[in-house]
Every structure is written in C-alpha cells, then in structure tokens.
Design a protein around this ligand. Structure first.
Ligand SMILES: [Zn+2]
Length: 260
C-alpha cells in the first residue's frame, strides 16, 4: 500500500493543510507545556510570563510572531523561550508525516492525538519529571473514542478485547516495575502506559511488544550514552515517559505498514 488516506492526487494540498494544522496544534501544545504543570486555565488569553501583558492576537501567530518579535516580548523585551516555536515546528512536521504515512483515518486520528498530547507530555516529563493526569487522561480518553468508533464502523469488535487487555496489562507490568525499581519509575509512567496499552493492544500483541521494546531500547541507549558522556550517573533519574511516547509512535508506524 502506498499514498495517504486521501489518495495521491490531493497530497500536495493536504500536506500544506497538515503543516498549517500542525502549527496551530503546536501552538496549543505550547500552551499545554506552559500551563498544565501550574494548573492554569487553558482557555484564557496568553500573557507574557515576565510582565504579565496580554499577548495580542497579531503576536500569537505560530513561529512567525516569534521571528517578527525577534524572540522578545513587545512590551517588556523579556526573552520568549525558543521552545515554543520549536514545539510548533516539530508538531507541524509530525502532522505532515502522519498525513503521508497513514492509510486509514483511524491510524491517522490516533497519531494526531499522540502527537498533540504526547509532545507536551514529553517536554514536561523531561523538564519537570512529571506526567500530569490532565494530559495522560485525555490521551487515554480521546484514543478510546477513536478505537470504539472504529470498532463500530469497521465491525471488528474482536479487536476491543486485546485493546482492553493492553490497557490493563501494561499498567500492571509498569506498576510491578515501579515497586521493584523503587523510584526508577513513577505513577505517571503507570498511568501513561494505560493509554499506550489501549492503542497498541488494538493493533495486537505484536504491536504492543514493538511499543514496549522500542521504548526500552531507546531508553537504554540514551541512558548509556548520557553516562558515557558524563552527563548522568548511575543514580540520575532519566524520565521514561518520552521513551514510551516515542516507542508508541514507532509502533503506530509499524502497525500501519504491516499486514493486519
Ligand atoms: Zn513582557
């Protein structure tokens, strides 16, 4: 199978649309990174973190505003973190990749949900070592809606059973790891794994294993790399959430490109 959900003919237009949509959702990801850890509302206008001045709509255009403002608040000249335009660009690129890689609406929807919530989750876990429920719960809930809708439309209710098993077995496994490792993992990882098991289980046990092994291998390689580079010791806590999320992204791609 080649081409996207939309067919080859419409690819250039849809690629452009995916990039724009990705920039918009990336902008939303920035809001999630800035506000979820401090439990602020997501639906009020953005303010400068330095002077508190409300950001004008004309200064809230993804990437472009950052460049036009030269990375500084127009009111107080305080620097704006480059992480925000970076998130917008990364999300945009991953949205485009999704449109080009996936052949079914279900896979594409699951990918877009994973990117929109997973990218800010990874950033928050890397910077604050937390995986807030306010993000892991919607990742689970939105994915569940897509999976159940797909089961009804495609009439393959049989796939809901491994999905349900995955959403229970993976957290049980990570909970056991958490107890054994005594602090190597957190409850956030256990909760995140419920959504990961739900989606990968929907594609079968093999895809669940791909997701877990990819996370484990990536985590080990980067962990060892950081130790060799002298940037981490044996006791440095390296957050595992980002690896689980990347592992899941790899699993979705593998699932889409292997015969089910
Ligand atoms: Zn300011």
């Amino acid at each position: 199978m080649t081409g996207s959900v939309f067919g080859a003919a419409s690819t250039p237009v849809l690629s452009f649309f995916a990039l724009l949509l990705g920039l918009t959702f990336g902008s939303f990801s920035s809001v999630l990174v800035a506000r979820v850890p401090s439990r602020k509302s997501l639906w009020t206008r953005s303010e400068c973190t330095s002077c508190g001045e409300q950001i004008k709509s004309s200064e809230n255009i993804p990437v472009l505003s950052y460049l036009l403002l030269r990375g500084k608040c127009s009111n107080c000249q305080a620097p704006i973190s480059a992480i925000y335009p970076a998130l917008e660009l990364i999300t945009s690129g991953l949205f485009l990749a999704g449109v080009l890689m996936f052949h079914t609406w279900t896979s594409l929807a699951l990918w877009l949900i994973l990117i929109t919530i997973g990218v800010p989750l990874a950033v928050i876990d890397l910077t604050l070592h937390r995986l807030p429920d306010r993000l892991t719960a919607p990742l689970f809930g939105l994915s569940a809606v897509v999976i159940v809708a797909d089961a009804f439309v495609e009439k393959h209710f049989d796939r809901l059973i491994p999905s349900l098993i995955g959403s229970l077995a993976l957290p049980a496994f990570y909970l056991a790891l958490l107890i054994i490792s005594r602090g190597g993992m957190g409850m956030g990882d256990v909760k995140l794994s419920a959504g990961i098991g739900l989606v990968s289980g929907f594609f079968g046990v093999r895809i669940t294993l791909v997701s877990c092994f990819a996370a484990y291998i990536l985590g080990s390689v980067i962990g060892i790399g950081l130790m060799l580079a002298g940037k981490a010791g044996r006791k440095t806590a390296i957050p595992f959430g980002p690896f689980m999320l990347v592992g899941q992204a790899i699993a979705l791609v593998v699932a889409a490109h292997s015969a089910l």
